[in-house]
Design a protein around this ligand. Structure first.
Ligand SMILES: *[C@@H]1O[C@H](CO)[C@@H](O)[C@H](O)[C@H]1NC(C)=O
Length: 175
């Protein structure tokens, strides 16, 4: 069960990007994406036991006027309103991908460990791999997870179980 609290703060309301965030994504949908991303990352690393997880009680998302795309810092995710404002593709899809990637950094152990020492960004790279197999995978997964997480979604979208995908990914990239 996910007891994590999710908060969303738009510090860029006065900018075009901040307004686009409110209009196209919004606070409620952002919270839903954050929860889906958390469920996804726990499942990838088979962190079914809360004792295996990092001790994070809340994840706080900020839309900030800043350069770049996004970064994670402790339990905070910061996304650039300039990036949102200038993005020309499917914003909802892109924004989901950004949150999934940054959420990886929140839950990934930084130090040495038996499962988490495979290198920075490992889940983000795995997501890229899944997305290469099926363009839009992250956004489709996110849509399906509105009603809760099921490992069957990987089979539905990619025709393989998450364990098979993870094995194939490791074989391909030698991790
Ligand atoms: C696009 O990004 C620039 C900064 O690189 C920013 O000044 C501008 O306001 C952004 N445009 C929109 C529509 O957000």
């Amino acid at each position: 069960m996910d007891l994590t609290a999710y908060t969303v703060t738009n510090n860029a309301c006065a900018t075009a990007g901040g307004a686009r965030f409110t209009g196209d994504i919004g606070v409620d949908h952002s919270k839903q994406i954050l929860a889906s991303a958390t469920a996804f990352i726990w499942s990838i690393f088979q962190q079914t036991d809360p004792a295996d997880r990092k001790n994070v009680h809340s994840v706080d998302l900020f839309i900030d006027v800043m350069d770049g795309v996004a970064y994670a810092d402790n339990n905070e995710i910061h996304v650039s309103s300039n990036y949102i404002g200038n993005y020309t593709g499917d914003l909802e899809r892109e924004f989901s991908g950004v949150l999934y990637r940054e959420m990886t950094h929140i839950w990934q152990w930084d130090g040495q460990g038996d499962r988490w020492d495979r290198g920075y960004d490992v889940t983000a790279r795995f997501l890229d791999y899944c997305n290469d197999l099926r363009n839009g995978f992250v956004a489709e997964l996110d849509n399906k997870m509105r009603t809760g997480y099921s490992a069957q979604y990987f089979v539905d979208l990619l025709g393989k179980t998450v364990d098979e995908l993870w094995t194939n990914y490791k074989a391909k990239y030698g991790t």
